[in-house]
Design a protein around this ligand. Structure first.
Ligand SMILES: NC(=O)c1ccc[n+]([C@@H]2O[C@H](COP(=O)([O-])OP(=O)(O)OC[C@H]3O[C@@H](n4cnc5c(N)ncnc54)[C@H](O)[C@@H]3O)[C@@H](O)[C@H]2O)c1
Length: 373
């Protein structure tokens, strides 16, 4: 396998998740490339120290500019607070490195557009992290839509629900403050996950009405005091899109206060002839609707049917670490021109399109009107 040197900027929650996906790369059967984590940059010493368990990671630094100067780094993955996206993504591109960047590509639409301009001018390979389309159930949803067996599409729902913000004792962090998460709040935090498949299927919202809600205005600051929290926590976007020449309702839901939902990603497409539904609540189960004299919802267990084959037995259940690894396989194989017909990672255009949706949602909510995009 061809080795690709990876540098990680931001070794927190997602930085470590990516590192563990590389460490388990032997599970993949049909890829011609192998990521090798060679460098990490993080401001926090404890965070940096975790990476000492990875023998190939020989550069561990508090200054990401040192990582960018390392000739062994081919691709940089960046997972930092949203207020740092634009500066660090543009620095990665200026250093001539390919970029795999976390969503939402900056604090707002203007920031995402500047990142997109820098990416286009650089000619480098740039994609945005979004792992849920790599689930077997999500792949099947897209397949059923593309096969055209659903008839006229009547309605689409795409949702991503968390409940952690219902816990009022949870300390504030950068994701709960507009200064670091962006005014878009939960839209930037969870929105790419809800929007990615509709956008990939060509279902761009044309008009939308947004309902946004805030969570607790203060949370413990972790030092014995309280910190202000001002971001939107829940967002319901009631959109119109065009599918097959018809105006179709598309509901995009992003929630950090959804009772009982730890990390529930959900998509449903209903048509006159058929329907398809998948949720991570039942990670191996696909639901299919059949129209007829009698109407049926039938379900099947999909097992471990991944876009990139692995050693894992076909009857086993897929999970979050698996789709993170599949997403990296897609990034690295597409970078080599070897993606074939498989689903690629979110593009720069898709990342900008999500920010267009978020900007319209803020405007709609503020004015209480339907907003055109
Ligand atoms: N794809 C997903 O499923 C998913 C899930 C969670 C978060 N994210 C995204 O990942 C990104 C990071 O989120 P997270 O949850 O990992 O955050 P985190 O707070 O756990 O980690 C961020 C890390 O960045 C480091 N950092 C801050 N400034 C830095 C700098 N100047 N140089 C180097 N390191 C710096 C911090 O010390 C911290 O360790 C965000 O864009 C977020 O939206 C994506």
């Amino acid at each position: 396998m061809k080795k690709i040197g990876i540098g990680i900027i931001g070794g927190g929650l997602m930085g470590r998740e990516m590192a563990s996906a590389f460490a388990r790369w032997c599970a993949l059967m049909d890829v011609e490339v192998q990521p090798e984590l060679v460098a990490v940059a993080d401001l926090v010493e404890d965070v940096r120290n975790w990476f000492r368990r990875i023998p190939s990671c020989t550069q561990i630094t508090g200054d990401y500019h040192e990582l960018l100067a390392n000739p062994a780094v081919d691709v940089v993955y960046v997972a930092v607070p949203h207020n740092l996206h634009e500066k660090i993504y543009c620095d990665v591109l200026a250093a001539g490195k390919d970029l795999f960047a976390e969503k939402p590509f900056g604090m707002d639409l203007a920031s995402a557009r500047r990142i997109a301009e820098a990416a286009q001018a650089s000619g480098l390979f740039v994609r945005c992290s979004s792992e849920f389309p790599f689930l077997p159930g999500a792949q099947r949803v897209m397949q059923h839509v593309k096969e055209g067996t659903l008839g006229r599409i009547l309605e689409v729902v795409a949702a991503f629900h968390h409940s952690s913000d219902l816990d009022a004792s949870k300390p504030a962090n950068w994701k709960r403050k507009s200064a670091t998460c962006g005014e878009i709040g939960v839209l930037g935090d969870l929105g790419m996950h809800a929007c990615h498949i509709p956008l990939r299927l060509g279902w761009r919202p044309q008009r939308l009405f947004a309902q946004l809600q805030k969570g607790y205005p203060q949370r413990p600051d972790g030092r014995g005091g309280m910190a202000d929290c001002d971001t939107w926590d829940n967002a319901l976007l009631h959109c119109w899109t065009q599918i097959g020449g018809h105006a179709v309702p598309l509901r995009l839901e992003m929630k950090r206060m959804a009772p009982g939902e730890t990390n529930t990603w959900y998509i449903e497409v209903l048509g006159t002839e058929g329907g398809v539904r998948y949720t991570t609540k039942e990670p191996k189960t696909l639901w299919l609707f059949e129209n007829g004299k009698e109407q049926f919802w039938k379900k099947t267990d999909l097992g471990f049917c991944m876009p990139f084959k692995t050693v894992t037995g076909g009857i086993f259940e897929p999970g979050f670490p698996d789709i993170i690894q599949q997403m990296w396989a897609a990034y690295l194989m597409e970078r080599e021109g070897l993606l074939g017909g498989r689903c690629g990672c979110a593009t720069v255009e898709e990342a900008v399109a999500t920010q267009e949706i978020f900007a319209a949602a803020l405007a709609s909510h503020e004015l209480g009107v339907v907003q055109a995009l």
